[in-house]
Design a protein around this ligand. Structure first.
Ligand code: ATP
Length: 489
């Protein structure tokens, strides 16, 4: 059973074994920003590659792009992020819970109404609206204090100042930065999707795509998250893997269903346990959305979203058409059986699949982390920490471990390394007791270890050890490469 303790153990393991480090750790870190170490960066890359291949190589009608992080500021006006990502917030210092101020006051007004003080409640709401309209946060804070509005978690009235909170990071663009105007301001993209939308026609025309088709992209996104205390689950700089699938209006319902199923299949194709997955269908939808759901996974901190599938209508392309004054239409030459004529010009509808790479990384890490109690021959017990990462995602696929750093064995080991390293990532080590070396490989999730000993010199066989079962067998060295390739492909 996944627990909070288990989560702490995973975080500690991720650091100790070179998967994830706190950013700028020597300066005490930067909140909700993380760096990936030697094995973490390999695992992350393998997840990204697996996603990319499943999208762009396994589907003839999906192509990729790699758009810039900086985009024209109007992009974020059109997408709604400038206006909708900003709210006045207040924090309770005791519970650390952050509230949207209007929600806090409205909840208090409801309590007043429940006590038969409707007039007082209405007066409070009216005052709040006045303060908000005037951006008078000092006055609004005073009103919260005077009315002794408390936090529902801590029960206290120990509040911070009110602050406007937009989740987008802004930065200055170009050489002139001193005039403080917004003209030189750009945003760090809060999602990768808009880079796809603004390139819709470029991609459609140059890659000669016909609707229905998709555009895939992986890349960094930045959000100044309010609550960011869950390791790499919620970060301020993270990576997304998104695919926007453009369809003929009227077909979005079936395509939504298809992608909802396809995406869950992708997760399960990694051998991940179906019982830890569930869909969460959204009841409250964004105004432009037709349908939306999350794929949730049972993390050690409970069932949480790992991926979103959204039926976004033609909202995004329409917005960009309006703001850019450039037509975002597609001409569909296929014949509509209802009219006998081509479908003609339209703005396609969009189904989006959006998964966080770091969140998928955490999913793999937390699902594969195991502390196993082993009973030794003398009856005593020992704990083995192992990551049973799916072989195709493992940072190293094969560890080559000559039994001793002795003449002959080293050469054979290096020869096997040379034979395999262009096909998959190998790890070579000829120091320390073999048991210790096996444990270190278990801890970083290496699915196969081969040991080279004196018998290898005589008959070219090696001992292969399997991470999950810990069983060992003697096989010809010439079979090692294919055995690993079969397991990872
Ligand atoms: P949440 O509800 O968890 O904040 P969201 O609904 O805002 O997520 P989307 O905007 O749909 O998320 O982004 C798609 C995916 O990007 C999410 O499913 C998640 O995997 C990932 N993601 C979003 N925000 C973060 C973050 N701050 N850190 C890491 N991954 C994130």
């Amino acid at each position: 059973m996944a627990t909070e303790n288990n989560f702490q153990a995973i975080i500690a393991h991720a650091k100790e074994y070179g998967f994830v480090f706190q950013s700028s750790e020597i300066y005490d870190g930067l909140s909700a920003v993380y760096d990936y170490g030697p094995w973490g960066s390999e695992l992350k890359k393998n997840i990204r590659d697996f996603w990319w291949k499943s999208m762009t190589q396994m589907n003839e009608n999906i192509v990729g792009i790699d758009a810039a992080i900086f985009m024209h500021p109007t992009t974020w006006k059109a997408s709604g992020h400038v206006d909708n990502f900003s709210d006045p917030m207040i924090d309770n210092k005791d519970s650390k819970k952050r509230y949207r101020v209007d929600h806090l006051v409205e909840a208090f007004a409801d309590i007043l109404k429940g006590k038969g003080k409707a007039d007082e409640a209405d007066g409070l709401i009216a005052s709040m609206e006045k303060f908000l309209a005037a951006d008078d946060f000092v006055g609004l804070k005073k009103m919260i204090d005077e009315n002794k509005i408390s936090c529902s978690v801590s029960g206290t009235c120990n509040w911070t100042e009110i602050r406007q909170f937009n989740l987008m990071f802004k930065t200055e663009f170009g050489a002139v930065a001193a005039d403080n105007s917004d003209d030189n301001m750009v945003y760090l993209r809060p999602e990768t999707a808009q880079g796809i939308f603004v390139n819709f026609l470029n991609v459609q025309k140059t890659a000669r795509m016909k609707v229905p088709f998709g555009i895939a992209q992986t890349g960094k996104a930045f959000r100044n998250e309010i609550v960011a205390r869950q390791f790499i689950f919620r970060m301020r700089e993270f990576e997304q893997m998104e695919m926007q699938f453009f369809v003929r209006p009227g077909t979005e319902g079936e395509w939504y269903k298809t992608w909802k199923e396809e995406r869950l299949k992708w997760h399960l194709s990694l051998g991940l346990p179906a019982e830890k997955y569930r869909y969460h269908d959204h009841i409250k939808l964004a105004h432009y959305a037709k349908e939306a759901c999350d794929i949730e996974f049972e993390f050690p901190i409970g069932f949480k979203e790992v991926e979103g599938i959204h039926s976004r209508s033609d909202f995004d392309l329409k917005q960009h058409q309006e703001y850019s004054k450039k037509k975002q239409q597609y001409f569909d030459a296929d014949i509509d059986p209802a009219t006998g004529k081509p479908y003609g010009n339209y703005i396609p509808y969009v189904i989006e699949t959006s998964i966080g790479l770091d969140r998928m990384f955490l999913l793999i890490l937390s699902n594969s982390y195991q502390e196993q109690t082993l009973t030794k021959e003398d009856g005593s017990t020992d704990i083995r920490t192992v990551l049973n990462i799916p072989a195709k995602l493992a940072p190293n696929k094969l560890a080559i471990l000559p039994l001793m750093k002795k003449e002959g064995l080293t050469e054979i080991g290096k020869k096997l390394l040379d034979e395999c390293k262009s096909s998959f990532k190998c790890f070579y080590e000829d120091k320390d007791a073999i048991g210790k070396r096996y444990r270190r490989q278990d801890a970083i999730g290496t699915p196969f270890c081969v040991t080279i000993d004196f018998q290898t010199q005589e008959d070219n066989t090696v001992t292969i050890r399997y991470r999950d079962s810990m069983t060992q067998e003697r096989i010809p060295m010439s079979e090692v490469k294919n055995l690993v390739l079969n397991a990872i492909n």
